[in-house]
Design a protein around this ligand. Structure first.
Ligand code: UD1
Length: 310
């Protein structure tokens, strides 16, 4: 029979990999995506996938959908995922990144719908520019953009639904995720998708800063393993987890690895650092590790797998 899985943002980068995994496991997946960020090509082609091109802010529709399917598992991945975009339209992004998710939780509560798990995608952005490394879940946060504020507030709301209303929720804070199906076309896309695109097309890469900024890059397949763990481990309910590798690379090192696997040399044009850019980022992943998580891909392996997929 299979379970009913809802993936909001299922046509996006991370969402499409979640859909793929559940289809492989024989489940039925319902995708809600307005294609503002995601794309039709990312939608997994299967009889077990139903796609609704709708915004999660369409409350009448979301209410109908949640009652109709009584989902076993819900992934809340739909978002205005570009920090810069949320700075340009803070209220609109608040409606998507926070209000719409709260509406989903309220619909579950009021209608006494109890999925086995609700997973929410929070972000390392919640830590802001705090200099202390590695970033730890119980350490300080300093959300400093509309994006980060909404992610943090929603994360707190979501976890509160576990503590107050017994709806089994988990929140994850993604660090720098990369891999197949990450759209390289926007200037706010993940940097490695842009680097790969530039290598492939032999076009110049715009490097902001000296390239010595560091990031905790995690390959999408390791993210999917972490999410599976959060979905199936009851002891993780009501808590938040960093999803990262626990080690960081400079941007220049990451570029060097991609140059090696591609056999190409990146043409670089240097610019001033981006305003608001974080210099260094690295996660403490001991909390996730205590539940058995081990990232399988070293950066070089992830870079190779990514390049080979292009
Ligand atoms: C990432 C996330 C963001 C999240 C933040 C949390 C993405 C797209 N963004 O931002 O949602 O809030 O982590 O820490 O995953 N760069 C260039 N040239 C480019 C693009 C980027 O030099 O063309 C540089 C940036 O200036 C930055 C680094 O590469 O220093 C990484 O940039 P990016 O991939 O956008 O990620 P974050 O800024 O870390």
């Amino acid at each position: 029979m299979g379970k009913n899985i809802l993936v909001t943002g299922g046509a996006g980068f991370i969402g499409s990999h979640v859909v793929e995994r559940h289809v492989k496991e024989g489940n039925n997946v319902i995708i809600v995506d307005d294609l503002s960020m995601g794309s039709r090509e990312n939608i997994v082609n299967s009889d077990h996938v139903i796609f609704y091109q709708k915004s999660i802010t369409d409350y009448e529709f979301m209410s109908y959908l949640l009652k109709k399917y009584n989902f076993n598992v819900i992934y809340l991945l739909a978002a205005i995922a570009s920090v810069a975009d949320t700075i340009k339209r803070p209220y609109e992004s608040h409606q998507v990144n926070q209000e719409a998710n709260l509406f989903i939780m309220e619909t579950l509560r009021i209608n006494k719908l109890f999925p086995e798990r609700v997973l929410f995608s929070s972000s390392a952005a919640t830590y802001g520019a705090l200099p202390k490394l590695p970033k730890k879940e119980d350490g300080a946060v300093l959300p400093a953009t509309p994006y980060a504020i909404d992610k943090y507030a929603t994360e707190r709301y979501i976890l509160t639904y576990a503590h107050l209303y017994n709806i089994p929720t988990v929140a994850v804070r993604f660090f720098n995720v990369y891999g197949p199906r990450q759209n390289p076309k926007s200037p706010y896309s993940g940097v490695l998708s842009i680097v790969s695109h530039c290598l492939k097309q032999n076009v110049k890469f715009s490097l902001f800063g000296d390239g010595l900024q560091t990031r905790d890059f995690i390959y999408i397949k390791d993210v999917i393993s972490a999410l599976k763990l959060a979905e199936t481990t009851d002891k993780m309910i009501g808590d938040v987890f960093n999803v990262a590798t626990g080690s960081s690379h400079t941007l220049l090192d990451a570029i060097a690895d991609l140059e090696m696997v591609s056999g190409k040399k990146l043409q670089i044009k240097k610019f001033e650092p981006r305003i608001g850019d974080i210099r260094d980022s690295k996660a403490d992943i001991s909390k996730l590790k205590s539940f058995g998580f081990r990232p399988k891909y070293t950066f070089s392996e992830g870079a190779k797998a990514y390049w080979d997929s292009l």
